[in-house]
Design a protein around this ligand. Structure first.
Ligand code: AHR
Length: 514
């Protein structure tokens, strides 16, 4: 048995919980759009072709904002192809995923879906093959009330009222040599500055995200952010971050410690952004948009579902199965620790998007003409999106640690917490990364008295299963949340929780001011 001690003080806060931390991502990739959120022939489809089963799961997941339409896809995309009468929309080759894009789904369809899902739209523009002119045209099309060429075209295409899109990505991963229209930091920084300026001239209320590094391991990481922001600091509001992790060669400990890397990545981007701010003597703060993060098993060249394999055979298909990872218990615990990392940094990471929403490395899976179900990683996201409200608390944790080959040592129990004065609730989110040992956790509250445990749930290895147990089409609920009984409030007001080995848990408490 390992142990951990967590101290929370109602006055030691990080800041309010940014609702946009619970974002997701819908890319025209694989089966995320087609047969994911959109499948007109599906038995649950509504009059717009939206799958109601997927919509319901999206609402239950608690997603706040959804980035669209890519990803690598956007860097070769013409947004005009996706508007207007569906019959006249062109079929195009999408070079990013070696796919035929029918354009049956575009901006209007996505905005309509987002409204039904109750999520904010985060729109990415193409700064790979396109530029300032197309960017400002799209903002005029989406956000201008009317009486101009683009806004009147929107009205003629069926949307009299503007979409009112607030958050815009200025391109995607343009630091990556794989990206269509890959650029140097100077080339991209200047383009982002000019596109951003022109877009804000059309609608000054929009918020802009500059492309940061595609990963902490990119050779240009750090210098890329510094150079891009040296050009575009005044025009942009956020810089993006992307990170994917996986278990390599059975090294579970490194995988479980990978939130160490996420923490370090965030701290380094904050430092770089603030260095530009200092150099410019600027009063403005640029925040972080962690707009792609997740577990992703990048299997390499031999795998059937990898785009480059299809590409080698010269086959172009519509919405092929691409990177449809099946997630297990270990993945859910790791995703829980990523959410902890994002929440702990919620003063600077104010947008985050799990990549992606459906089928493509996603918490929701769906089959064409068939069911939709929740993957294991669905649960930590859903509960945190529901229960993390009010203020983020600084979560001082001490206790047993473990060593990992790739990411050094890490606390066995990883934690984050929130306090909502309005509802009188504290929520503590815990990941026990001990593979074989349960953990005894003590939570001490300062300035608050714990009255009652209002909710305690845990996700762990189910009976008869192991750490690789997953939810599948045939066994959709093999892994889920169950009640955690091992939670007590002792006479001194300390909360004691026993976490099973390899588990993710949430404990919600009713509290009073002490
Ligand atoms: O989410 C899958 C892909 O990962 C995105 O298209 C790209 O931006 C990233 O490399």
């Amino acid at each position: 048995m390992t142990s951990a001690r967590i101290i929370l003080d109602r006055d030691f806060t990080v800041g309010p919980v940014p609702r946009r931390l619970f974002g997701s991502f819908v890319e025209h990739m694989g089966r995320c759009v087609y047969t994911g959120i959109f499948e007109p022939e599906h038995p649950t489809a509504d009059e717009n072709g939206y799958r109601q089963d997927v919509l319901e799961l999206t609402r239950e997941l608690g997603v706040s904002i959804v980035r669209y339409p890519g990803g690598n896809f956007v860097s070769g995309y013409r947004w005009e192809d996706g508007v207007g009468p569906v019959e006249t929309r062109p079929r195009r080759l999408d070079g990013a995923w070696h796919t035929v894009e029918t354009n049956a789904f575009g901006l209007h369809e996505f905005a309509g879906w987002a409204k039904k899902a109750g999520v904010e739209v985060m729109e990415a523009i193409n700064l790979g093959t396109r530029g300032v002119e197309e960017a400002r045209a799209l903002v005029e099309y989406a956000n201008h009330p009317g009486g101009t060429y683009w806004s009147d075209l929107r009205a003629r295409n069926g949307a009299k009222d503007p979409f009112g899109i607030t958050v815009w990505n200025l391109g995607n991963e343009l630091d990556g040599p794989w990206q269509i229209g890959h650029k140097t930091a100077d080339e991209y920084g200047r383009l982002a500055q000019e596109a951003g300026k022109a877009m804000k001239l059309v609608d000054p209320s929009i918020e802009l995200v500059a492309v940061g590094s595609s990963g902490r391991g990119m050779p240009t990481f750090g210098q890329w952010e510094y150079t891009v922001l040296s050009h575009a600091y005044d025009e942009v509001d956020y810089v993006s971050m992307h990170a994917y992790y996986q278990e390599h060669d059975g090294d579970a400990l490194s995988f479980l410690a990978s939130s160490n890397d996420m923490d370090g990545f965030i701290d380094e981007v904050v430092a770089t952004v603030d260095a530009v701010k200092a150099k410019r003597h600027s009063k403005k703060q640029v925040n972080l948009s962690f707009d792609e993060w997740n577990v992703w098993y990048q299997r390499g060249l031999e795998s059937e579902d990898q785009p480059h394999v299809v590409e080698k055979r010269g086959i172009w298909r519509e919405h092929p199965r691409l990177i449809e990872d099946t997630y297990n218990v270990t993945d859910a615990v790791v995703v829980g620790s990523f959410l902890n990392s994002l929440l702990r940094h919620g003063d600077r990471v104010t947008i985050a998007n799990q990549a992606q929403l459906v089928n493509v490395i996603a918490p929701i899976r769906s089959e064409e003409g068939g069911p939709a179900w929740r993957q294991t990683i669905y649960w930590p996201f859903a509960r945190m999106a529901e229960l993390a409200t009010g203020q983020i608390l600084r979560t001082a944790a001490s206790g047993d640690r473990f060593d990992s080959a790739q990411y050094g040592d890490a606390p066995v129990v990883d934690a984050s917490s929130t306090y909502d004065e309005e509802t009188g609730r504290v929520a503590v989110f815990l990941a026990n990364r001990g593979l074989d040992e349960a953990s005894d956790v003590t939570v001490s509250l300062r300035g608050l008295d714990a009255q009652q445990v209002t909710r305690a749930e845990v996700l762990t290895i189910p009976e008869g299963g192991d750490r690789f147990t997953a939810n599948t089409e045939l066994l959709q609920d093999a892994v889920g949340l169950t009640r955690l009984d091992a939670v007590t409030i002792d006479e001194g007001g300390e909360v004691r929780v026993t976490l099973p080995a390899l588990s993710w848990a949430v404990v919600e408490l009713a509290v009073r001011s002490a």
